[in-house]
Design a protein around this ligand. Sequence first.
Ligand SMILES: [Zn+2]
Length: 117
Amino acid sequence: MDEKFAVLRAGKNYHNGTHGHGYNTMSQALDDGAVVMAYGSFVNKVINFVGVGLALYALASIAELAAEDPIIKHTVKCKYCRKRINAKAKRCLNCTSWVDGREDRDENSQEGHVESH
Ligand SMILES: [Zn+2]
């Protein structure tokens, strides 16, 4: 994968090289003075980056099983202000609403109280 590349501008031996038409390896192309886009190297680095990320996430998940304080803070969206808050929170950090919706129930019961008068 590291050797994948596209020739943007061919060198002077592109058409009559020792290996026929074109280049077989990156070093051939670079020795000939060609301009190449080495996308194989980029794809390789992306795969490595994602791999390291997944490995660290797995390590953090394993450590979370043993530790009291979690490393990965799972979040949910507050249904009142749509901001992300901790999944274990009882009240929203941003709008101070009760996550279990007890204020909605209080409002409804108060309306019912007013109507009964
Ligand atoms: Zn909120």
